[in-house]
Design a protein around this ligand. Structure first.
Ligand code: C5P
Length: 228
């Protein structure tokens, strides 16, 4: 089975050595990797450049959220690293600033709608008065208006999103688990095949692969499920 660029493996590891070891163990089963907040402060940005040089797709999960000028300049800086994807929180001003910073660099900006670890109780506790679904759809409309390239959402919202966005708009879903698998801290989950069936353009999978005794075998099982 050949690697499917739609599968991003979240390298949620705390050192470049551990991340490189994981990439080596997965081998040619995966071509797309997400570098997140655990790894970025300890060499993750340079590591992402190394992955790019090896022909891999790289997703920097910075989840930016700051004043306009800072988000714009941060996005401009990140664009110089040559990655494919960058996340910002899906607030209208933040997304507009990121769109300006991305410019015509080729970096695609994604808005994180509502974290897949948040359920309705958690949203109520924060003080959001909308349901998760209403909040996601409002932020999708704002993402399109801001001119960014896609959103990150739960697979359970992908179908509704897909029905309302242009074909080339990216819908990227973490919260992906194999049938019957432990959900961990994720609340709004679906299987890989279901997520794609709902209209996700890409899926993000972390622990089901990186915590498996054989990450390559786990990745191959996910690839198979994606085709089901
Ligand atoms: O290990 P697991 O498969 O749960 O990892 C999911 C990855 O997706 C993590 O890196 C997490 O930070 C990220 N993510 C998420 N929910 C979002 C955005 C990103 O779980 N809404």
């Amino acid at each position: 089975m050949t690697a499917d660029p739609r599968l991003y493996v979240a390298l949620d590891l705390t050192s470049v050595e551990a991340a490189q070891d994981m990439v080596d163990r997965i081998g040619d089963a995966v071509i797309s990797y997400k570098v997140g907040l655990q790894l970025l402060p300890v060499g993750g940005a340079e590591f992402g450049q190394r992955l790019k040089a090896q022909g891999k797709n790289v997703f920097y999960d910075f989840k930016l959220h700051d004043i306009d000028a800072t988000v714009e300049k941060a996005t401009r800086s990140i664009a110089t690293l040559g990655a494919d994807l960058l996340t910002v929180h899906a607030r209208p001003d933040v997304m507009r600033a990121a769109a300006a910073g991305r410019d015509d660099s080729g970096l695609k900006v994604l808005g994180v709608t509502v974290l897949t670890s948040l359920d309705q109780q958690a949203l109520d506790d924060i003080g959001y008065y909308m349901t998760a679904e209403e909040l996601v759809m409002r932020r999708v409309a704002q993402a399109i208006e801001a001119g960014i390239d896609g959103v990150v959402s739960s697979p359970l919202e992908a179908e509704r999103i897909r029905a309302q966005v242009p074909n080339n708009f990216l819908v990227i879903t973490p919260g992906v688990r194999m049938p019957g698998e432990d959900k961990g801290d994720q609340k709004r989950v679906a299987t890989p095949g279901e997520a794609l069936g709902f209209g996700a353009s890409h899926i993000v999978v972390g622990r089901p692969i990186t915590a498996a005794s054989d990450p390559r075998v786990a990745a191959l099982a996910i690839l198979k499920n994606m085709q089901a």
